[in-house]
Ligand binder design. Structure first.
Ligand SMILES: CC(C)(COP(=O)(O)OP(=O)(O)OC[C@H]1O[C@@H](n2cnc3c(N)ncnc32)[C@H](O)[C@@H]1OP(=O)(O)O)[C@@H](O)C(=O)NCCC(=O)NCCS
Length: 201
């Protein structure tokens, strides 16, 4: 996919899934540093793009990556890896220079025109300690609400789970989008995975 929109800072192009070779040919915005240094972040995008199941979508201004969303298999130590149709939305980030222009929502809209995502149960494990509370000027609950709206715009819903990492703080959340082509048995298998620690009396 490739789409262009015009913002008050100029045109923004959305494209993906992109290859690591293509990512190598681009620069990365210096404020894409919420999770790691921009240089390391660009390397991480390349690594995900190189994985057979990895998907990287970017928002670009000229030769500069100004935002991205990526998907990969869940962490091998997590419960979700036991499910054959679960893919994790690993992160979405928009450069601070370009935030609040509708770019995150547009990037997701464009990404979800890829029907391959309808074959998967997509999860996003949201831990508040990853959020940009410092520069967004949002409180933890406002930030959580913002993310629910952003993910909700492409069909994610919050799901309860007894995953201990999610339970560590009440602002953490598991967001889930069940693709329209996912079969009943895979949905049931996922339902069972959400609660693993219940004691049956
Ligand atoms: C979360 C993030 C991706 C949003 O990117 P963005 O391009 O600014 O988001 P958009 O412009 O598409 O806005 C989406 C919604 O969030 C709201 N929003 C975004 N930033 C906001 C802010 N700082 N304060 C208040 N509202 C905000 C917008 O008003 C919009 O609201 P709506 O749903 O009512 O339309 C960006 O803030 C970011 O990269 N944060 C750091 C990384 C992160 O937290 N990622 C998510 C967890 S992986």
């Amino acid at each position: 996919m490739a789409k262009e929109i015009l913002t008050n800072k100029g045109p923004v192009i959305f494209e993906g899934p992109v290859s690591s070779e293509y990512l190598d040919s681009l620069e990365i915005n210096r404020t894409l540093n919420n999770f790691r240094h921009p240089k390391r972040q660009k390397e991480a995008l390349g690594l995900v793009a190189n994985h057979p199941e990895g998907l990287v979508y970017i928002a670009r201004s000229g030769p500069e990556i100004i935002g991205y969303v990526l998907f990969h298999y869940p962490n091998k130590y997590s419960r979700w890896i036991r499910h054959p149709r679960v893919l994790e939305l690993g992160a979405i980030e928009i450069s601070r220079d370009w935030q609040q222009k509708g770019i995150a929502k547009e990037l997701l809209q464009e990404t979800f025109t890829n029907s391959v995502l309808d074959e998967y149960i997509l999860i996003s494990t949201e831990f508040y300690w990853h959020w940009d509370l410092r520069t967004s000027n949002l409180g933890v609950w406002e930030y959580q609400n913002m993310l629910k709206r952003i993910y909700g715009s492409v069909g994610f819903k919050r799901r309860h789970t007894d995953d201990p990492e999610i339970l560590e703080h009440s602002a953490n959340m598991l967001m889930v989008r069940i693709g329209k082509n996912v079969g009943k048995s895979h949905i049931e298998m996922f339902d069972e995975l959400t609660y693993q620690n219940s004691i049956l009396i």
